[in-house]
Design a protein around this ligand. Structure first.
Ligand code: RRO
Length: 314
């Protein structure tokens, strides 16, 4: 009997697949559709203390090999998402879901986490340290001292399960440096990767960029980011203490992509760009495809192969 169930921080999930923050999770209607789907959990659109309209349109563009976006954190504000997840927990007390927060300053993040700490919310908080699209606000995840400061401040008072959403890193020394910081804290999970920040897509016909904000610069997602995502999942899985689970995000379109993320060390996988294109059916399809791969290989649970990627040195 093959199962796609997984465990993070002692919490059980029936399916190891879910949406990635930002994709079809901004409204109650979006979240209701995720609850009704085969996804093992959902994550809410990254929240700021107050509702935000985000950047001007066009701010997302479909690419042959993925997507570029500069949404600029459009969201309904923390109260909206906190109310949703708390009410959902009352209806489904055994489920664990993810509440994403993305303050544009340390003060905002601390204020939001105080509010979450004081609430009845019992799920996971995903602290987004990697939004690439707010003009004038660099991604915190690329400033290692700042990451350390943020986590140090947060864990002075925050006692609920917390993870961080990281930007992609591109040098093994950076994996070493970020892991050394993350390992000092009681994190429940690390989610890697957010979109590859500040790519540029050019339309040769019109000789113009394809999105309006920031002169056309935006975060790249979808199939073209998979090798970077796998490297980050693997790089962190090899360096983080075992109590910190890895959530793998980036370039998952099918069962094979999910399989590769898990092989690199992911306990949960998130589908972003492709979920945007396909809707909740993606979770049925990718679950079916992953199950078939596992059947073919004789695996019954994802723990049978999670993190067991081979190299030429084995
Ligand atoms: O809203 C966005 O522009 C956005 C966010 Br907060 C993020 O974390 N990642 C992304 O690609 N877009």
């Amino acid at each position: 009997m093959i199962t796609l169930e997984t465990t993070i921080g002692g919490r059980h999930f029936d399916n190891c697949m879910m949406n990635a923050a930002g994709i079809r999770c901004q409204t109650n209607k979006d979240l209701d559709a995720l609850v009704a789907s085969k996804a093992g959990a959902y994550v809410t659109k990254s929240a700021t203390p107050h509702k935000r309209a985000g950047n001007p349109a066009p701010r997302m563009h479909e690419l042959h090999l993925g997507s570029i976006n500069s949404m600029g954190l459009p969201n309904n504000g923390l109260d909206y998402y906190l109310n949703y997840v708390v009410e959902d927990e009352q209806k489904r007390p055994d489920s664990t879901n993810f509440l994403s927060v993305a303050g544009t300053s340390l003060e905002d993040n601390l204020a939001m986490l105080h509010q979450v700490q004081d609430s009845n919310f019992n799920g996971f908080v995903e602290l987004n340290l990697s939004c690439p699209n707010v003009p004038g606000k660099p991604q915190v995840g690329y400033d290692f001292d700042r990451v350390n400061t943020v986590l140090n401040e947060v864990f002075q008072f925050f006692t609920k399960p917390l993870g961080v959403k990281l930007p992609p890193y591109f040098d093994l020394v950076h994996f070493d440096q970020i892991a050394e910081i993350l390992n000092q804290y009681p994190l429940t999970f690390v989610n890697t990767i957010n979109s590859i920040g500040n790519g540029l897509v050019v339309d040769p016909e019109t000789e113009k960029v394809v999105i309006k904000p920031k002169g056309g610069f935006g975060g790249i997602g979808g199939i073209s980011v998979k090798p970077t995502a796998l490297a980050n999942v693997r790089g962190l899985a090899l360096r983080l203490k075992p109590e910190i689970s890895i959530v793998g995000t980036g370039g998952i379109l099918n069962g094979q992509d999910a399989f590769e993320h898990i092989l690199c060390g992911a306990s949960m996988v998130q589908i972003g760009t492709q979920f945007g294109y396909e809707g909740t059916r993606v979770f049925d399809r990718v679950s079916q495809e992953l199950t078939e791969i596992m059947a073919h290989k004789g695996y019954e649970t994802i723990d049978d192969f999670r993190g067991k990627l081979k190299t030429f040195d084995d």
